[in-house]
Design a protein around this ligand. Structure first.
Ligand code: PGA
Length: 250
């Protein structure tokens, strides 16, 4: 059985003081059994928050990276820089990056490879739109995203990859997938991973994301193939985020 990973995706929110306060409220909180808690703050605050969290139980991740090594890429940062400041995770292929910034599976695959090569754990996001769900394309869409984003990844490398299933229609909308809808896709993903990577797939953390809140977390996290949550809105306040983390620990 994999352990749980609850990650807060702050997106483009909070400021220096509010971020510091939130991180301090989350550091070293024991939420019970085998639960790792991570925050993914905006890039300008990453270094400072990595420093603040060093030596605590709170892990830090970035929301994106550029796949190249050092070079002329104004405005970008790479995996080695994230590793250098103390990040452990990096979100890759979030639906907002796919939709707003035009990221495709080939680029996302390069980012996954770059993250792994530097010793970061990528949180690879996959998920269907409402139109795709209504057209009963969910499994095909998710399979194609996994196929493209995990191209050339070995089973050994896969040990360090986290998958986040985030139905696009549930992100920031207040519409959560029911625990049964989510578990059906998670179990499909687990089977896909098993075909591709063999027995190690049983240990891969598959997070659910999309309007996870304190009052729906326990039911979602109670499903056998849901091993954590990628949380947007509800991760911006310590009490709502910790309630979700505690739901994983019970
Ligand atoms: P949400 O965002 O919890 O606000 O729906 C989740 C995400 O986009 O990772």
């Amino acid at each position: 059985m994999p352990s749980y990973l609850i990650a807060g995706n702050w997106k483009m929110n909070l400021r220096r003081d509010s971020g510091r306060e939130l991180a301090a409220a989350l550091a070293n909180v024991d939420v019970g059994k085998d639960v790792t808690i991570a925050i993914c703050p905006p890039a300008p605050y990453l270094g400072e928050l990595c420093d603040a969290c060093r030596g605590t139980s709170l892990a830090v991740g970035a929301q994106d990276l550029h796949p190249a090594g050092d070079g002329a890429y104004t405005g970008e940062w790479n995996a080695e820089m994230l590793k250098d400041i103390g990040c452990q995770y990096v979100i890759v292929g979030h639906s907002e990056r796919r939709a707003i910034f035009g990221e495709d599976d080939e680029l996302i695959n390069q980012k996954v490879q770059a993250a792994l090569a530097s010793g970061l754990r990528p949180i690879l996001c996959v998920g269907e739109t409402l139109d795709q769900r209504e057209a009963e394309e969910t499994e095909n869409v998710v399979a194609a995203q996994l196929e493209g984003s995990l191209a050339d990844i070995t089973a050994e490398q896969m040990r360090n990859v986290v998958i986040a299933y985030e139905p696009v229609w549930a992100i920031g909308t207040g519409k959560t997938a029911t625990p049964e809808q989510a578990e059906a896709v998670h179990s499909y993903i687990r089977d896909w991973l098993k075909r591709r990577f063999g027995d190690m797939s049983a240990d891969v953390i598959i997070q659910y994301g999309g309007s996870v809140k304190a009052d729906n977390a326990a039911e979602l996290l109670g499903k056998p193939n849901i091993n954590g949550a990628l949380v947007g809105g509800a991760s911006l306040k310590a009490d709502s985020f910790l309630a979700i983390c505690r739901a994983a620990g019970t």
